[in-house]
Ligand binder design. Structure first.
Ligand code: HEC
Length: 156
């Protein structure tokens, strides 16, 4: 956890430096995209983005469970959400940058903490805190990476 926090802090610091608007520059420069590109096939991109959109459905369900103070449901919803890496195409997983993988692993841990705490102590403040931690990994990864579709031989 500690090591991952350090990894995350480094990535976020790099991303913040890379994306901060440059003073007295054209809007093109101000909004230049400095995220690290990960080459993917169109099919890989489609699959992972579908997973990403599922996260938003999951967050919707999480919010409903929290509003109803249904901690059992919260655990049931949150636990399977964490396994992003398991749902990634195998060929893509092998090419992912190490830091990307670390962020996905750390996000999974945060989802498991959310589920475990919801089921064991049912503390709503803790649940919100855990959810906020999950979201630092969503935004941390988005700040740092983008997909770049390339046609590479041997890939679908
Ligand atoms: C380990 C990296 C990583 C993590 C963690 C991650 N994402 Fe993403 N997500 C991406 C990448 C890469 C893209 C594509 C960005 C691009 O190419 O512009 C993306 C795209 C998305 C999109 C756009 C989908 C579309 O159809 O265009 C949504 C929505 C999204 N993510 C939601 C989430 C949420 C919510 C979480 C946290 C629960 C999350 N993501 C966690 C890497 C990640």
């Amino acid at each position: 956890m500690k090591r991952r926090s350090i990894v995350l802090a480094l990535i976020l610091a790099a991303a913040a430096t890379a994306t901060s608007p440059v003073r007295a520059q054209s809007s093109v420069a101000m909004y230049s995209d400095n995220r690290i590109a990960i080459n993917v096939s169109q099919a890989e991109k489609n699959q992972v983005l579908a997973e990403m959109r599922e996260f938003l459905h999951g967050f919707h369900s999480i919010n409903i469970a929290m509003a109803r103070q249904d901690m059992k449901a919260l655990g049931i919803i949150a636990r399977p959400m964490g396994g992003l890496l398991d749902r990634m195409p195998m060929k893509l997983k092998e090419r992912l940058p190490e830091e990307f993988t670390q962020l996905a692993i750390a996000m999974n841990e945060a989802f498991q903490n959310l589920a475990r705490d919801a089921e064991t102590n049912g503390d709503m403040r803790k649940a919100h805190e855990n959810l906020a931690e999950v979201m630092t990994y969503c935004s941390g990864c988005h700040d740092a990476y983008r997909f770049n579709v390339t046609a590479v031989k041997g890939r679908k």
